[in-house]
Design a protein around this ligand. Structure first.
Ligand code: IMP
Length: 179
């Protein structure tokens, strides 16, 4: 399937929406009767968090962090992860769900998990819309995964290439010939 100046769609908005509903139902089941703090990792996770939050039926609040892990315009990780926006509210004693667009090398989520565990949450879970297990450097898995994909660079539904394409409603393949 192709759209937007010939970009190839990997996962359509309908597939994404249906899977997020399923993830929301599973999270609601696992946390029935509990409160939840959903922590989105800016900027890529914003559309996913927005949809996932409306798919859960538990009493949920949001917070956001921002990290820097990719050199601008690069398709490969620099290896270093830095927190550039911290949590607004304390998470001690809370059920925390980290909401991330892609679990790739695992460096970002390994770092965030370590930082958040220092705040002594009651529980700490991870929801990743996409998982690229073949790219993993750190040994980490998400508790909830939308789609497991091969080693492809994707854009859309929050995910960027040099800050572009985040607003595509579908998840598309990044053409190899873009500078
Ligand atoms: P990790 O630390 O290598 O797991 O990388 C996680 C972050 O890398 C994601 O939150 C994305 O921002 C970025 N990333 C990894 N793969 C892709 C991709 O295919 N497209 C866009 N961003 C990606």
């Amino acid at each position: 399937m192709s759209t937007y100046q010939g970009l190839e769609i990997l996962l359509s908005r309908e597939q994404i929406a249906a899977r997020i509903q399923e993830m929301g139902a599973q999270i609601s089941k696992d946390l029935v009767g509990e409160k939840l703090v959903m922590i989105g990792v800016l900027k890529g996770a914003a559309p996913f968090l927005s949809d996932l939050a409306r798919a859960v039926t538990v009493d949920a609040t949001f917070d956001f962090v921002a990290v820097k892990s990719y050199a601008k315009g690069s398709k490969t990780s620099s290896g270093a992860v830095k927190l550039i926006k911290d949590l607004d509210e304390p998470i001690e004693g809370q059920n925390v769900l980290i909401v991330e667009d892609i679990l790739d090398t695992g460096l970002t989520l390994t770092y965030l998990r370590k930082v958040f565990l220092q705040h002594h949450p009651k529980t700490l879970r991870i929801a990743a819309l996409l998982d690229k297990p073949s790219r993993r450097i750190e040994k980490i898995e998400a508790d909830y995964v939308g789609f497991s994909i091969p080693n492809l660079f994707v854009i859309g539904f929050g995910m960027d290439f040099a800050e572009r394409y985040r607003n595509l409603p579908d998840i598309c393949l990044m053409p190899p010939d873009v500078p």
